[in-house]
Design a protein around this ligand. Structure first.
Ligand SMILES: [Fe+2]
Length: 183
């Protein structure tokens, strides 16, 4: 599967621009994380890019979300490792996260929302001037972007990356595609 094929499939299945941006941000962080950890950047990036491809098709039904997505990814030619990571990123299925890729996708998923929210409360609403220390401050304010699962983000420790470094890496990765994210 090429990145273009994955993106075309996303655009065929998703209308919500913010959801597409979330998937692009997840891809960017997954690529950066793979590079840092010496993993397969393309495999990790495409897993991040595709992980919520079924979100509109499943219409908020958490019992089908990610099952359909895993099937769609498989049809596109995703590896078993990628398919498993997509499947188990939704905890509703109770499927244990086994591989590094499973664990990486799980902790990256909510990080995009935290960083986006931290950018949007800035006067310029841009990522450029946002610092990791500020994102960490927002992380500690429980009322800020309350829907962001903090505990899920801290599970970065399970793939051997410290929390502060994880935030920094995610922020840098998202800054790298700021124009695509409209931030
Ligand atoms: Fe997601």
């Amino acid at each position: 599967m090429t990145r273009e094929e994955a993106l075309n499939s996303i655009k065929a299945n998703i209308e919500n621009e913010n959801l597409i941006k979330h998937m692009l941000a997840t891809e960017a962080i997954m690529r950066a994380l793979a590079k840092r950890l010496g993993e397969d950047e393309e495999e990790w990036g495409l897993t991040g890019l595709l992980h919520d491809i079924d979100m509109e098709l499943t219409q908020g039904n958490m019992h089908s979300h990610s099952k359909l997505g895993a099937d769609l990814a498989k049809e596109l030619g995703a590896s078993e490792t990628m398919v498993h990571a997509i499947l188990c990123h939704n905890e509703a299925h109770g499927i244990p996260r086994e591989t590094k890729l499973d664990k990486a996708l799980f902790c990256v998923d909510p990080l995009t929302g935290l960083i986006t929210a931290a950018a949007l409360v800035r006067p310029d609403k841009k990522l450029a001037g946002l610092e990791a220390s500020s994102v960490i401050k927002k992380f500690k304010q429980k009322g800020f972007a309350a829907g962001v699962n903090r505990q899920q983000i801290t599970q970065c420790s399970e793939i051997g990356i410290e929390f502060d470094q994880f935030i920094e890496l995610g922020l840098v990765a998202m800054k790298g595609i700021a124009a695509d994210l409209g931030l």
